[in-house]
Design a binder for this molecule. Structure first.
Ligand code: ADP
Length: 535
């Protein structure tokens, strides 16, 4: 297997996901100014539409007043002044912000009803004054009224607003509008008026509408000339973003702003937050892609190592089997005469079969470890005895392969808790490697000493060594170092991973000191005292 699957995955991920996401992100960063403007425009429109709907609401209210009074005026007959008057009375009584209303016929007869009428118009002269004021207002605004009358004839009724009483505390606006026809009197254009108390109107109608649309993010105000006469938040400072004249009472402006911020600030924060979020998404995504590639490449190299493993193991099984068979057959045929040669053959058969069982043990143990079925049997045992025994068994192989062996064992070491079989296997693996990976200088030193609460068993060789970059990897399953010398040597890549597992179970450690072409020292560190409760 070559590296192309990883490359392919990287290319697919980059083209299909990374490039579009990165391009989108870059575009967002480049266009952040534009986006800010865009978001600002959206908010701006939202504010305008809120003001629009306040105006629309006020207009609807006026339309309902207008139709109520029109109905009253249309049903009026010359003989029922009092009915019209009581109708007007009921009308303004039912509206908190309306202080009175009148209907003025073509013959200038004015029927009116006012709040506090008795106090306000208690003398004939006051009443005349009131009527004259209305008449002169109408006369003075003749042309403007003509215009709304002609509009009303086309079906569009709108009022003209007059400031009726500018001096009073609560300013009163008079809304005059036309009523086109009265079937009883034959009057073609009647004028009607509604007196509105500005402040009451704002409290009753405008503020309520504000309230129904405010989700806490806006501040509303009503301004008359330079003075704010109403606001939904006294504490709010700063300019109002949008203002519009109140259609019904045009000398009042309704205004709106965002609570605690401005449109520009808000859109900037929104766009900035989006960019931060996008950056986080990108980082997370890149990490994800990195993790994916890492995992896939590990899986692929594991698969590759497994394939090599099968090839190596078959090779390793075949060679000793062939040797054993060959020597056994030669012996069986009785062709070997010299006793010395016979001994040599016997020992070869023994050492090769020992090698075979070592390999098979490794494989079986490995598969048990992988399926979590490997069991260890701890007992009080002497590491010195285990090492000496193993070296005895190995002696023939050393001699046969021409190794010089140096042994340094402190024989006064205490017994410890061990699984003898597993520890033997670990030592054999280290000796096996030392023999396998020594080429020119065939020297092995085995030592066992006590050091800092540990028994330290070291196997040193002067073989091919291991590059520093591989010091950790050699303990991974199936891993074999990259050098070609290693690949010419038989091996399964399981030995050291098993040794590491055995040392972990013994609460110990395995360390390696090695330099390429200089040799290696593997040290097993067994604690003198196992921690309680672990085995
Ligand atoms: P293998 O069956 O390949 O020997 P191991 O797990 O025992 O598997 O060892 C893993 C790798 O570590 C070996 O393939 C080899 O590259 C390296 N190695 C182990 N011991 C030695 C040593 N004494 N000298 C040089 N390289 C070694």
């Amino acid at each position: 297997m070559n590296k192309s699957p990883i490359k392919k995955i990287i290319i697919i991920v980059v083209i299909a996901l990374l490039v579009p996401i990165l391009m989108y992100s870059i575009l967002q960063f480049i266009e952040s100014d534009k986006n800010e403007k865009f978001v600002e425009t959206i908010y701006d429109r939202q504010l305008s539409s809120i003001l629009f709907s306040v105006n629309q609401h006020c207009w609807d209210i006026f339309t309902s007043w207008e139709s109520e009074i029109t109905t009253l005026a249309e049903s009026f007959t010359r003989h029922s002044y009092s009915r019209l008057k009581s109708g007007l009375y009921n009308f303004h009584q039912s509206q908190t912000s309306v202080t009175g209303a009148f209907v003025r016929f073509n013959n200038q007869i004015i029927i009116y009803s006012l709040e506090n009428e008795i106090e306000e118009l208690n003398s004939e002269s006051r009443r005349q004054e009131f009527l004259t004021k209305i008449n002169s207002l109408i006369r003075d605004n003749d042309s403007a009224l003509e215009r709304i009358i002609s509009q009303a004839q086309k079906g569009y009724v709108r009022p003209i607003a007059f400031l009726w009483d500018a001096n009073s505390m609560n300013k009163i606006t008079l809304l005059i509008f036309p009523i086109i026809e009265n079937s009883y009197t034959g009057d073609s254009t009647i004028l009607a008026g509604i007196f509105v108390n500005n402040l009451d109107y704002i409290q009753e109608i405008v503020a309520r509408k504000f309230g129904s649309m405010n989700d806490g993010n806006f501040v509303f105000a009503v301004r008359q000339k330079d003075e704010i006469i109403f606001t939904t938040d006294e504490a709010e400072e700063g300019e109002y973003e949008k203002k519009e004249a109140l259609w019904i009472l045009p000398d009042l402006d309704i205004q709106i702003k965002l609570k605690g911020t401005t449109l520009a600030e808000l859109s900037k924060t929104r766009v900035r937050n989006n960019l931060i979020l996008l950056s986080i998404v990108n980082v997370v995504f890149l990490c994800g892609v990195g993790y994916l590639i890492y995992n896939v490449s590990t899986e692929i190299s594991l698969a590759k190592m497994k394939t090599n493993f099968v090839a190596n193991v078959s090779h390793e099984l075949r060679t000793p089997l062939a040797l054993i068979r060959m020597f056994a057959e030669t012996l069986e045929m009785g062709r070997v005469n010299s006793e010395e040669k016979k001994q040599h053959y016997y020992k070869t058969i023994m050492s090769e079969s020992a090698r075979l069982s070592q390999l098979i043990n490794n494989i079986l143990d490995f598969s048990k470890i992988e399926s979590h079925k490997k069991e260890y049997h701890f007992e009080t045992a002497s590491l010195v005895a285990i090492l000496t025994q193993t070296l005895d068994i190995y002696h023939f192989r050393f001699v046969q392969t021409g190794f010089e062996v140096d042994v340094d064992i402190d024989d006064k070491l205490p017994d410890t808790q061990l699984d003898s079989e597993a520890v033997t296997q670990a030592i054999v693996n280290l000796l096996d490697n030392a023999v396998k990976y020594s080429v020119d200088e065939k020297y092995i030193k085995v030592s066992l000493n006590r050091n800092n609460g540990y028994l330290e068993l070291a196997v040193e060789d002067k073989g091919i060594g291991i590059h520093e970059s591989e010091h950790e990897k050699i303990f991974e399953k199936f891993y074999r170092a990259g050098s070609s010398l290693v690949h010419n040597t038989k091996g399964s890549g399981l030995g050291l991973s098993l040794v590491k597992h055995i040392m972990d179970v013994h609460q110990g450690k395995i360390t390696v000191k090695s330099k390429l072409n200089k040799g290696s020292t593997f040290t097993l560190m067994f604690p003198l005292q196992l921690k309680n409760g672990e085995h």
